[in-house]
Design a protein. Sequence first.
Length: 149
Amino acid sequence: MVDVIDDRFYARKSEIFAKKHFVPHSNFYDLEGIVKKGKLSAPINVTIFFGKNSEDVADIKENELLLEVEENSPVGTVVGVVLNSKYSKYRLVDPACGLLIDQDGVIRTTTLFDREKMSLLKTKMIEPAANRIWDVLVLIGDVNDNNQK
């Protein structure tokens, strides 16, 4: 039997259970724990999504942008488009995050993502004209079913 354990959750046979009543403060929870099988153990990082599907998340927070990209997608892959790009310009707080926003508001990758190393990219985007900061969340899709490192 394989167990993944952290302070709030544990998992057995691909099901995740809460140790006690838990009210999430966001739609994502980073489960950081230990995988155990007999005397062997290894650290694991898993992002848990609370919601019906990824489309539900866009309604959660006004200044939140949820995008998806498959791991190992080539550099330059379009991840999404900033909707208000005709009237407002955007820039990423961390230009080395692996994304780029062009002058048309198209968000593209600048690096290859490996889901086994990172399942969720969290960064911030500034919209100076509206004096707003956006949370940008990019779900990294799994295509090769390797175990997380």
